[in-house]
Design a binder for this molecule. Structure first.
Ligand code: PMP
Length: 394
């Protein structure tokens, strides 16, 4: 057989596939408003751009330490201490090509065949695929609006088996925006600890929290600090998706294994990106958060009289995750809409607004709308969506 059994289990990222299709339409000159992407419309801090240009001119363009340059890892430690009250040393940090690689490193070093990874769902599809690639068994824990898409102690308990090893937490969440309070995390941690689980805490949207302060699951207690891999990156807070910079912060024994694994796979990421990240880390622009909140509120208000039902206001990240089940089974513009995929395809075709089917996140009754776009695009998209339902369902 040509292919490994491992690769035959893998599905390509559906969100990136959809994006390729939309980019194809845009290249043909179609007037598409793309609300599918998980990336902000703002760009890296100017300090990062200049420092990266300087790094190139200074020929800081060779391999670095495969876990990342020491000054960046020190800056990450300083940030984790100051903002999250978490004490790490630079040898506990591995800088990777985005949060995506950081997560893969963590799953790879922790999982043996048959070990179960608990994934509260709706979830970013990459978790499931990476767990499968690493020989683990993803166990999806279905959640819905009734618990505000948040995992509770009781639900977690019901899914734990003797094979459970890791719980994935992603607060704020892609796609639901659900953001856990410290009390809610406390509750979960009691069960995590009782069952000797590890936690992979994906904190990539950590700076995009709309009210209150962000609580990291890793900071809940000493058990968590010793049993968690914290994953973060620069893509969402700083609009630096193309620079490909993420990192893990973990107990030293886990970090040593992650560092060894990365040294044999990619080694260091781009030296230039690392310099840019060092200058970004202390320059988060709070204006981005204020603008995102305005866009969120505007869109929630505009969609209120459409069949896109937002029962839970997202507490963080930059996605709305409305229910659309009242539309499923109906016809719009004479076409039968029997799934969220059909709905998204029809909206794209009729009104040139691209949104993501919730089925990509294992939620077949919802759609995901990314509002990290210009206000003009958000306004136009809202008008087009309203027209689509009003005219189409007449
Ligand atoms: N985690 C979540 C929940 C995400 O949504 C993303 C990006 N879509 C990532 C991790 C990874 O981002 P990056 O690799 O760009 O750091």
């Amino acid at each position: 057989m040509l292919f490994s059994k491992r690769i035959l289990k893998l599905s390509e990222s559906p969100t990136l596939q959809l994006n390729n299709k939309i980019n194809g339409l845009l290249q043909k000159g179609e007037d598409v408003i793309n609300l599918t992407v998980g990336e902000p419309d703002y760009v890296e801090p100017i300090e990062s751009s200049y420092s990266a240009i300087k790094a190139i001119c200074d020929h800081f363009t060779h391999y670095t330490n495969s876990s990342g340059i020491i000054s960046l890892r020190e800056s990450i430690c300083a940030k984790l201490l100051k903002e999250n009250n978490l004490a790490y040393t630079p040898d506990q940090i591995v800088v990777s090509a985005g949060g995506k690689q950081a997560l893969f490193n963590a799953f790879f070093v922790l999982l043996n065949g048959g070990e179960e990874v608990l994934i509260p769902t709706p979830a970013w599809p990459t978790y499931k695929q990476q767990v499968l690639l690493c020989g683990g068994t993803p166990v999806l824990i279905p959640l819905d609006e009734s618990s505000e898409f948040k995992l509770t102690k009781e639900t977690l308990k019901a899914f734990i088996t003797p094979r459970s090893k890791i719980l994935v937490l992603n607060s704020p969440s892609n796609p639901t925006g659900a953001t856990y309070s410290e009390e809610e995390l406390d509750d979960l941690v009691s069960i995590v600890e009782e069952n000797g689980l590890y936690v992979i805490s994906d904190e990539i949207y950590e700076r995009l929290v709309y009210s209150g302060t962000y609580s990291s699951p890793v900071g809940i207690n000493d058990y968590m600090k010793k049993h968690s891999v914290l994953v973060n990156g620069f893509s969402k807070a700083f609009g630096m998706t193309g620079w490909r910079i993420g990192y893990t912060a973990a107990p030293l024994d886990i970090s040593i294994k992650i560092a060894a694994f990365q040294s044999q796979t990619t080694a260091s990421i781009s030296s230039i990106s690392q310099v840019a990240a060092k200058y970004a880390i202390n320059n988060f622009d709070k204006e981005h958060l204020i603008e995102l909140k305005e866009k969120r509120n505007y869109l929630i208000h505009q969609l209120a009289d459409t069949p896109l039902k937002i029962d839970v206001e997202p507490g963080g990240a930059f996605y709305l995750f409305p229910r659309v089940d009242s539309v499923l089974g109906n016809s719009i513009y004479g076409e039968s809409i029997d799934s969220v995929e059909a709905l998204c395809a029809s909206l794209l075709e009729r009104e040139h607004v691209a949104i993501t089917p919730g089925s990509f996140f294992d939620a077949p009754n919802n759609v995901r709308i990314s509002y990290a776009k210009s206000m003009q695009e958000i306004c136009d998209a809202a008008q087009r969506i309203k027209k689509y339902f009003k005219e189409g369902m007449k």
